[in-house]
Design a protein around this ligand. Structure first.
Ligand code: C5P
Length: 224
């Protein structure tokens, strides 16, 4: 059956994939994110008629057709790209796995093997989503919460603390959920609504479920 264009005319900003924080010219800190969840969201929104900007960390996935892709590496680059596009979008979906910490200094030369131990000093990286939560005017802001325990509590806390409209929580230790897999199992939590459980489904199905939930919530907010 043809896809309904229920997102026609909506401008959406999606972030996907990992970030890389340089240690020296040849080394970096990163994580196992593949970008599959964020790319599935970008493609689903495009298919439903949205105008999509995808800010993507380094991933092995093909560039989706009909989507504006902005490739970035570091948290700072992702931050700059998101803040640049924020004023023009109605919905922000932050599925990227962003580094919480980064090396305090980046060595200009390749670090040498010296002692038996080596300590890296890290500093907090800017929290892009928290900044979006502060700056938002009309935007509907969706965050992700990858947790290994006490998932719903941490998600609810993040929703409030980062001033989000919705959060997608998943227990990354569950079989068939989280990074690297083609499936996901999520709980969608919006302000003032009951949590919605997805059950195990493909990332594309999760993406469509999320887009449904955003539309329902936006309508609810407009009616209130
Ligand atoms: O607090 P935590 O990192 O678990 O929150 C996850 C959410 O925050 C994700 O949506 C992620 O994209 C976003 N985030 C961010 N900038 C950071 C860390 C996380 O935008 N530095």
């Amino acid at each position: 059956s043809p896809v309904e264009h229920d997102w026609a005319g909506k401008k959406v900003l999606v972030t996907a994939g990992p970030t890389r924080e340089k240690i020296d010219p040849v080394r970096y800190i990163s994580n196992h994110s593949t970008g599959k969840m964020g790319y599935a969201i970008a493609e689903a929104a495009r298919d439903r008629g949205a105008d999509v900007v995808l800010v993507s960390g380094p991933v092995a996935l093909p560039k989706p057709d009909g989507v504006t892709v902005i490739p970035v590496e570091s948290v700072q680059q992702m931050y700059d790209a998101v803040m640049q596009h924020l004023p023009e979008v109605e919905v922000v979906i932050k599925s990227a796995a962003v580094s919480d910490y980064r090396p305090k200094t980046v060595s200009a030369q390749k670090m040498k093997k010296t002692g038996d131990d080596l300590s890296l000093e890290l500093e907090k990286a800017p929290d892009i989503l928290a900044e979006v939560g502060k700056r938002k005017t009309h935007q509907f802001v969706v965050g992700f919460a990858a947790e290994t325990h006490d998932v719903l509590n941490y998600a609810a806390d993040k929703l409030a603390r980062k001033n989000l409209d919705m959060i997608v929580a998943n227990d990354v230790l569950q079989e068939g959920a989280g990074m690297g897999t083609d499936t996901n199992i999520v709980t969608i939590l919006a302000r003032g609504s009951e949590p919605l459980q997805s059950g195990k489904m493909s990332k594309r199905e999760v993406a469509d479920k999320l887009l449904d939930a955003i539309l329902t919530n936006q309508r609810g907010a407009a009616a209130a």
